[in-house]
Design a protein around this ligand. Sequence first.
Ligand code: NAP
Length: 297
Amino acid sequence: MTQATIIDGKAFAADLRAKVAQEVAALKAEHGITPGLAVVLVGEDPASQVYVRSKGQQTQEAGMYSETHRLPAETTQDDLLALVAKLNADPKIHGVLVQFPVPPHISQADVVAALSPDKDVDGLTVTNAGRLASGLPALTPCTPLGCMLLLKDVVDDLKGKNAVVIGRSNLMGKPMAQLLLAADCTVTIAHSRSQDLPGIVRQADIVVAAVGRAEMVKADWIKPGAVVIDVGITRFPARDPEAAAAGKTRLVGDVAFDEAKAVAGAITPVPGGVGPMTIACLLANTLTAAKRLSGIA
Ligand code: NAP
């Protein structure tokens, strides 16, 4: 039986980070501009702490200026919005990212609305979502952007392909569908109320699963040869009991990878597929924001 090509997101992301670092060096040398990213974390969610640390490290490794603001969980919404306003106005900073989830007393929507669209490197503001939907230059959410780069690398011609996106969040499903539409795919967005999800997925040349339900997509949902991009992350305790007791976790995607790889043409693993692309695209977005804010692109 033929096995799917395993899409190596880790290697692809390393290449992308190296390209961004080269461009950052050129921007500094030719224009004296150092792209700057500020990341804000409110509270002590363990997964968010890991993400924020990696974002800071990789920003510095790309030669950019990095600022991390760690605020206590009891920070008021007014104080958080005041920090966002300060970062919006700071000329050293070209990208502002507030790590979600924020504690429940803070409105995520109000935080997004407070971000300057020009510095919204997560692409979450209504302005950037509208620009993306209208085919105008936008800052595009990092994870769908990363999925799209992987897809363009593995699919020769996306035109006319049937693409099914499972999930309709503002962060993932909706912008993913917009990007696929812009690439001339025929796009279906499925969600928790969709009927006959396996039947919908079976029509797809391209499947993007962004749900957060471990191994929901089975091999017999997948059209032979389809390209499968697995965005989902569910954390389980590590298999090794000692590691589990020490709080170590393992990540599982939305696709039953072991059985699906016998049917798909290409598939992303979890971990090592989409995950590494997200931060690489955050760096790319920060570079884009720095160039646009400086009138260079
Ligand atoms: P989300 O906001 O919770 O959205 C999940 C979507 O899945 C919703 O649209 C929901 O439908 C749909 N859904 C839930 N149960 C379903 C079912 N049984 N059948 C079909 N659709 C169903 O999550 P998100 O932020 O988009 O993230 C999705 C997943 O991607 C999560 O596991 C997240 O951890 C992961 N993620 C990974 C990365 C990365 O870097 N790799 C980045 C972002 C997100 P309704 O709208 O009808 O409720």
